[in-house]
Ligand binder design. Structure first.
Ligand SMILES: *[C@@H]1O[C@H](CO)[C@@H](O)[C@H](O)[C@H]1NC(C)=O
Ligand SMILES: *[C@@H]1O[C@H](CO)[C@@H](O)[C@H](O)[C@H]1NC(C)=O
Ligand SMILES: *[C@@H]1O[C@H](CO)[C@@H](O)[C@H](O)[C@H]1NC(C)=O
Ligand SMILES: *[C@@H]1O[C@H](CO)[C@@H](O)[C@H](O)[C@H]1NC(C)=O
Ligand SMILES: *[C@@H]1O[C@H](CO)[C@@H](O)[C@H](O)[C@H]1NC(C)=O
Ligand SMILES: *[C@@H]1O[C@H](CO)[C@@H](O)[C@H](O)[C@H]1NC(C)=O
Ligand SMILES: *[C@@H]1O[C@H](CO)[C@@H](O)[C@H](O)[C@H]1NC(C)=O
Ligand SMILES: *[C@@H]1O[C@H](CO)[C@@H](O)[C@H](O)[C@H]1NC(C)=O
Ligand SMILES: *[C@@H]1O[C@H](CO)[C@@H](O)[C@H](O)[C@H]1NC(C)=O
Ligand SMILES: *[C@@H]1O[C@H](CO)[C@@H](O)[C@H](O)[C@H]1NC(C)=O
Length: 452
């Protein structure tokens, strides 16, 4: 499997570094939202006109989160658009607009919203029964498709007035914006598609929407402009060095600026940890050398004749966030033969044929699906048992460590390959250290040439 241009004996870690660099450049600088592990990832918004009314129509709007491992967590999504004409929203179920706007031109019944560019949010769980519709009222939280397609869908109903009342006079809304609540998603134009067919519960009758349009939104890490939020640390039974997350991965500890992070021994811990709100709170992390809200630790624990075992620990250092429905995407060549996964759910990710080295892990409902904040327990753990593949298995050259880890879809920064715990008596320590300097030179060259 070694590329031809490398002399024999070249360390695999050099190749890995180059590939990693190439990969991170191409994925994170492009505004084209393309993720090789989830190539069709999108959120589709489907707008079904169910019936025409005297001055407009009744529509059911449904959002499908077709992303395998990227979810929308609290405080949830907000969906906006711009009306094409002077439409108003008479009434809504399963959601509400954040502002009513100027309805002074109306006498008698007053619309729910008169804004040209309404912004809709989901209702909270426990909303009055007569304001609910199917799939509503989850506080804007949308699960990832691979994790649970049933809770990856959201819906609300609109009664639209001052609008067209036939499929010839109605105008589709423009400029859809999806926020979570920060940026990251870009939505395309609404496209009129074949009207949705609905079947009744007993499947004995099918009805049809008057008109349907779809909007597709995609995520881009570049637009989200996020600094890293996650890092990886490594250890193994065959070497007692614990390789910590790279220093300053997510920020640097600043001793001269109090309040940039929290010392867990601080007496006024409760006062700095503000309660959660609808705004996207910046993370408030425990003081560590890496300053990341999330750390994933990969420990190579044991080996048997036929199998080997690792332990994964995910730690939450963010005082402001309990991560619900969290997930991990992990890439390692031995994922083609996972034998057993303890205390997490597991699903192989196979975006295309031939890719069999990537899997997705997430918590077991009511047991460890909530990764609580650093104030409380703060971590979840699992062990994975792999069957050794005789042709590739080795503890040499960091093979036993993951190639890539995502937490909630965001890339976790790995330690540099030359820092991985080595097997004792690694045969070619000198060669390897020479190679790692070469790696660094090549890496900086690549960084320059790709300007990422
Ligand atoms: C959105 O995702 C679904 C499910 O993966 C896929 O079938 C569909 O083609 C995607 N749409 C676009 C426009 O990529
Ligand atoms: C509008 O409805 C008519 C039938 O009532 C149909 O023939 C036509 O294709 C529809 N046009 C659009 C744009 O959906
Ligand atoms: C689209 O919406 C965004 C945010 O609501 C706004 O900044 C932008 O000006 C709008 N563009 C058009 C063409 O209406
Ligand atoms: C519109 O979206 C719905 C829901 O995702 C999907 O079933 C349908 O195939 C889409 N239509 C087109 C033409 O993409
Ligand atoms: C630390 O904070 C001080 C005051 O805000 C600032 O002047 C300094 O540049 C910061 N240092 C680092 C390393 O961020
Ligand atoms: C996280 O959950 C714990 C326990 O359920 C709760 O005490 C704490 O207030 C929550 N923190 C946040 C930031 O939601
Ligand atoms: C994977 O492991 C199972 C037993 O756990 C074995 O039967 C199978 O042949 C292995 N497959 C590969 C490709 O190594
Ligand atoms: C996984 O993919 C590799 C390379 O594509 C292939 O050699 C290997 O046999 C595959 N393993 C399984 C279990 O399909
Ligand atoms: C453990 O790995 C480190 C590299 O992280 C290396 O410097 C050290 O020599 C190794 N220890 C032993 C006993 O081989
Ligand atoms: C490691 O090297 C030392 C001396 O350099 C030797 O005594 C020892 O047996 C070696 N251990 C292994 C596992 O090769």
């Amino acid at each position: 499997m070694k590329p031809l241009w490398l002399p024999t004996g070249t360390s695999g870690s050099v190749v890995a570094t180059l590939l990693l660099l190439l990969f991170s450049c191409t994925t994170f600088t492009s505004t084209e939202a393309y993720d090789a592990l989830d190539p069709t990832a999108n959120i589709t918004i489907k707008w079904d006109v169910i019936t025409w009314t005297g001055d407009g129509y009744i529509a059911v709007v449904t959002m499908y989160n077709f992303q395998q491992y990227r979810h929308i967590q609290a405080p949830g999504w907000t969906l906006g658009w711009t009306w094409a004409k002077r439409e108003v929203i008479w009434n809504m179920l399963g959601g509400q607009t954040t502002e009513q706007g100027d309805c002074s031109r109306f006498k008698g019944s007053i619309p729910h919203c008169c804004k040209k560019d309404p912004t809709v949010v989901d209702l909270l769980p426990g909303a009055p029964y007569n304001q609910q519709v199917a799939n509503c009222c989850k506080g804007g939280v949308l699960n990832a498709w691979a994790q649970d397609p049933e809770t990856a869908v959201a819906s609300f109903q609109l009664i639209v007035g001052s609008a067209g009342t036939t499929n010839k006079t109605v105008r589709v809304p423009k400029n859809f914006t999806l926020r979570v609540p920060g940026p990251g998603y870009t939505c395309g134009p609404a496209k009129i598609v074949r009207p949705t067919k609905f079947s009744t519960n007993d499947k004995r009758r099918t009805t049809q929407a008057m008109m349907t349009w779809n909007v597709t939104c995609t995520y881009s890490q570049f637009l989200a402009q996020k600094t890293p939020t996650c890092c990886v640390s490594l250890s193994s039974f065959y070497n007692n060095t614990i390789v910590n997350c790279p220093t300053c991965t997510c920020g640097c500890q600043n001793k001269t600026e109090p309040g940039s992070c929290v010392d867990p021994k601080s007496p006024h811990l409760a006062s700095v940890v503000s309660p959660p709100s609808r705004a996207l709170n910046p993370p408030l992390v425990q003081c560590t050398s890496h300053m990341c809200p999330i750390r994933v630790h990969w420990h190579v624990k044991l080996q048997y004749k036929e199998y080997w075992r690792i332990k994964i620990t995910v730690t939450n250092f963010n005082y402001r966030m309990n991560y619900s429905q969290w997930n991990l995407v992990v890439q390692h060549p031995n994922f083609d033969n996972v034998t057993q996964v303890f205390s997490f759910n597991y699903k192989p990710l196979t975006p295309y044929e031939g890719l069999n080295d990537t899997g997705m892990l997430w918590g077991v409902k009511f047991y460890n699906d909530l990764l609580v904040s650093a104030g409380a327990v703060g971590n979840v753990q699992s062990e994975l048992l792999f069957r050794k593949d005789k042709s590739s298995f080795t503890f040499d050259k960091g093979w036993a460590f993951p190639r890539r880890i995502y937490f909630n879809g965001d890339n976790c920064v790995m330690p540099p390959p030359d820092a991985y715990p080595w097997l004792p008596n690694a045969s070619s320590t000198l060669v390897l250290s020479l190679l790692s300097s070469l790696t660094r030179i090549l890496a900086s060259f690549l960084v320059l040439s790709f300007t990422c």
